[in-house]
Write a protein that binds this ligand. Structure first.
Ligand SMILES: [Zn+2]
Length: 130
């Protein structure tokens, strides 16, 4: 199992300006661009293999159908990055695990990502401090 190249940076946030971004708004805009034909699905459906693996194995299946391929339900994966953790983060699948990680407190952030294992769509939904 390799996690080469996986980092917080591969979790697309729609933030290209370096400023604060509303992830949901960025997501909506991206999906609109695809629907309008201004973006090809394969330009945005490029989830990192590590993310897809996590989504397939430990992801939380949602009620939401993938907005891109409409073939599969989106899965949520949470990664924690920060102090004392590997640079590729820690994939967290249980509340218990999350609690353990947050006990160590400061300088750790959880990234909640949605991913589609069918078409490889992925988007960062929210980031929060533990
Ligand atoms: Zn999809």
């Amino acid at each position: 199992m390799s996690s080469t190249g996986f980092s917080a940076g591969v979790l697309r946030s729609g933030d290209t300006s370096g400023g604060i971004v509303d992830h949901r708004l960025a997501r909506r805009m991206l999906i609109n661009q695809i629907r309008l034909g201004r973006l090809r699905a394969d330009e945005v459906c490029d989830a990192h293999p590590e993310l897809l693996r996590a989504a397939a194995n430990v992801g939380t299946v949602t009620e939401v159908t993938c907005p891109v391929c409409e073939q599969d339900q989106l899965r949520l994966v949470t990664y924690v990055f920060g102090r004392g953790l590997p640079s590729h983060g820690r994939c967290v699948s249980t509340a218990e695990e999350m609690q353990k990680l947050s006990r160590h407190g400061a300088e750790r952030r959880a990234y909640v990502v949605e991913a589609c294992v069918s078409c490889r769509w992925h988007h960062l939904l929210r980031v929060h401090q533990l």
